[in-house]
Design a protein around this ligand. Sequence first.
Ligand SMILES: NC(=O)C1=CN([C@@H]2O[C@H](COP(=O)(O)OP(=O)(O)OC[C@H]3O[C@@H](n4cnc5c(N)ncnc54)[C@H](O)[C@@H]3O)[C@@H](O)[C@H]2O)[C@@H](O)CC1
Ligand SMILES: Nc1ncnc2c1ncn2[C@@H]1O[C@H](COP(=O)(O)OP(=O)(O)O)[C@@H](O)[C@H]1O
Ligand SMILES: [K+]
Length: 513
Amino acid sequence: MKILSAAQTRDLDQATMQEQGITSVELMERAAQALSAWFYEQYGYGEIPEILLLCGPGNNGGDGLALARLLQEANFRVRVALLPADKHSTDWQHNRQRLPRAVPVAVLDPANLLPITKGTVVVDALFGTGLSRPLTGAAAAVVQWLNEAHAPVLAIDLPSGLFADQPQPADSPVVRATHTVTFGLPKLAMLLPQNAAFVGEWTVEDIGLSTAFIEQADTPWHLTRLPQETTIITNPPRLLYDVSLPRRDKFAYKNTFGHALLLAGSQGKMGAAVLAAGACLRGGVGLLTVAVPGGGYDILQTTRPEAMCLPDKHADYITELPDLAPYQAVGIGPGLGQDAASLAVLRQLLRTAKVPLVLDADALNLLGSHRTLLKLLPPDTVLTPHVGEFARLTEKARDDYHRLELLRTFAREHRCIVVLKGAYTAVADRDGQLYFNTTGNPGMASGGSGDVLTGLLLALRADQRLAPLPAVRLAVLAHGHAADLAVQTTGEAGLVAGDLVAHIGPALRDLTA
Ligand SMILES: NC(=O)C1=CN([C@@H]2O[C@H](COP(=O)(O)OP(=O)(O)OC[C@H]3O[C@@H](n4cnc5c(N)ncnc54)[C@H](O)[C@@H]3O)[C@@H](O)[C@H]2O)[C@@H](O)CC1
Ligand SMILES: Nc1ncnc2c1ncn2[C@@H]1O[C@H](COP(=O)(O)OP(=O)(O)O)[C@@H](O)[C@H]1O
Ligand SMILES: [K+]
């Protein structure tokens, strides 16, 4: 799925009207119907004493007016408050006229904003994708008043004051919504941690926007999602995959799935090696060899009997690079430590490897503190930094948008695939395209989750049937999906990295086309 800019979103609306021969008012009606359906699902009859709709002067306000009518018809108690304005959009005027007289309408007086009654649900229909500058004056006063009321707020399309695709000044007011319902496609702003407090939970409502337009639209931003049922009616329903694991051939041989080498662990951090090894095995690798410090031999052999083990001559950390000839992919980093000897192993690996590499954790920290090594990265190497590790590889980002630019630039410059881990993990490839992952949950924010991802990436990079980018997108999607399956029994607090390993199998089964 693609993510479009605010300008492209406007063109998409136009293209939809032309393609389907409908007016903008009809499109607005679809939006309002989707919103009212959201209300019915969220709140039963009589559950909310009142819905207060705050409407701006443009089509976002028009959506609000149309929604007010539909909710009134469905017997919700509604009240409309208009932002003072000299001009209103044509569709706004149309829906203002259609609003039943029974709905009380007032114009907001920024100098005299009355308290919001407890229990009232507020709809923020002030501004959407048409916001052209930060909010000031009356609009800013209304937003501040709304935020101070701490009422439940449903934002239409976008929380007012938030730009869809670029940062707003730090001190400019933005509505803090509890929920945002957006149309057609998510907006870039919704995926960034810096906007989480404004956007709240979000959902995308399908209003039948032109798929032909979306298909041809040029954008660097994409989403990776679980398989979706086709909207075309087929019997049985067909699934559309963003990325998938090919089925295994009846006569499959372990070579097809590759022999992977994992270099991981140091004294006190053998758990990272065990978790990554477990994930690699559950990820379907043909054979796995794990190079560990000498002192980690028994641990690895006991916990992961399916893997072969190469103990280093040093007891506490890895000092030697094994002969790489047998392997189809190599992973390095989980629990590695940053000893000078391990740095030398990393350098030698980068110089000599002819197979796909996955670099994580301390391997990234070593790269960050010895940046001349970056020149040695073989093409399509996979790096899996979290935000802190990424800053060590590049620079401290000004904000989340700047970080995305640094990410795309880094991936292009070093011709590698960078997996920037977070709630919406972002995969950047060497062509400058970026894919946000949509699976996973906050239960993953505990030690070892990243090690599991490294192991799974290693397995899928060793799989001879998968190209680099699809393998990485699939690993990230499956990792989050494993967590979403596991959390159903463990709960978020109780989710540990080992649960992710245990659910990789079912997650990959769901992603097998
Ligand atoms: N165009 C369409 O066909 C559809 C549009 N939809 C809705 O329309 C919205 C976009 O509508 P518009 O393009 O009219 O834009 P908005 O309603 O988001 O805002 C535009 C209006 O706000 C004013 N404005 C912009 N920035 C301002 C600021 N900082 N301070 C004060 N005034 C400011 C503009 O001059 C204009 O009057 C979407 O977010 C969505 O909610 C939906 O109804 C779906 C269909
Ligand atoms: N709130 C969250 N929602 C979804 N995924 C998350 C969340 N927090 C962390 N994750 C995922 O968990 C993993 C954590 O990896 P990392 O930061 O390396 O931690 P660790 O080193 O403890 O394993 C990443 O894949 C990240 O995307
Ligand atoms: K809004």
